[in-house]
Ligand binder design. Structure first.
Ligand code: TYD
Length: 204
């Protein structure tokens, strides 16, 4: 079996979390070994870095460097070994989030992140990225209804609008890999869209 690397992305409140378990089951029911993971995090060290980066104030470049430091560990400890073993790796966020949040949201220049990406990923890219997209107002209403907000979720409306625009721009530039899913549909409708997108990846 060929390993498969799938990432889920979207602004906070776009609804990706509601589909994570379903996605895992989709592949398990087709006989695949599935590895569910997340960023920032995914390893014991990465989870410690997650706590820091989600809650402590810091320079935007420090924030980007911590995201990539956690990612380096995640790739070495989890992603590469699982892919080599033929598993389906499903990660709740990956590098597109750094371009969306640290570049789009915080305003860091993309070329700095491109250098980190080349260094840390050494050619590794997701086979498929599902970008959950919803209008700014929908994401905002979902967020305000949520529990304890982290540093990113507490950001202002225009920050989230910039993050969304950066995600959509990446999807426009990499249409083969990044598929936009309309997260404002009903759960059943989103699942039908996902099944259509995943159909190509599973053996008949
Ligand atoms: P998120 O995936 O939304 O988790 P939860 O559903 O538990 O809130 O939280 C991760 C946050 O980290 C999210 O706001 C986006 C941010 N983030 C970045 O800014 N850059 C990155 O590279 C990654 C992976 C996440």
């Amino acid at each position: 079996m060929q390993g498969l690397f799938i990432t889920l992305e979207g602004v906070d409140g776009a609804g990706k979390s509601s589909h994570l378990d379903w996605l895992g089951e989709f592949f398990k029911s087709r006989g695949r070994q599935v590895r569910m993971t997340r960023e920032p995090g995914g390893t014991p060290l990465g989870e410690k870095l997650r706590e820091i980066v989600l809650h402590d104030a810091m320079h935007p470049e420090t924030e980007a460097l911590i995201m990539f430091a956690a990612r380096r560990e995640h790739i070495a400890q989890v992603i590469r070994p699982a892919l080599a073993a033929g598993e389906v790796v499903i990660s709740d966020r990956f590098t597109d989030a750094s371009f969306a949040y640290q570049c789009g949201g915080r305003g860091l220049p993309a070329d700095k992140l491109e250098r980190l990406e080349a260094w840390v990923q050494d050619g590794l890219q997701p086979d498929l990225t599902l970008l959950f997209d919803v209008p700014d107002q929908v994401a905002r209403e979902r967020l305000l209804a949520a529990r304890d907000l982290d540093r990113f979720e507490r950001e202002q409306r225009d920050f989230h609008a910039r993050v969304r625009a950066a995600y959509l721009e990446r999807a426009r530039l990499q249409p083969g890999r990044i598929k936009v899913v309309d997260g404002s549909q009903t759960l059943a409708e989103v699942r039908r869209s996902l099944e259509a997108l995943l159909g190509d990846l599973v053996a008949p």
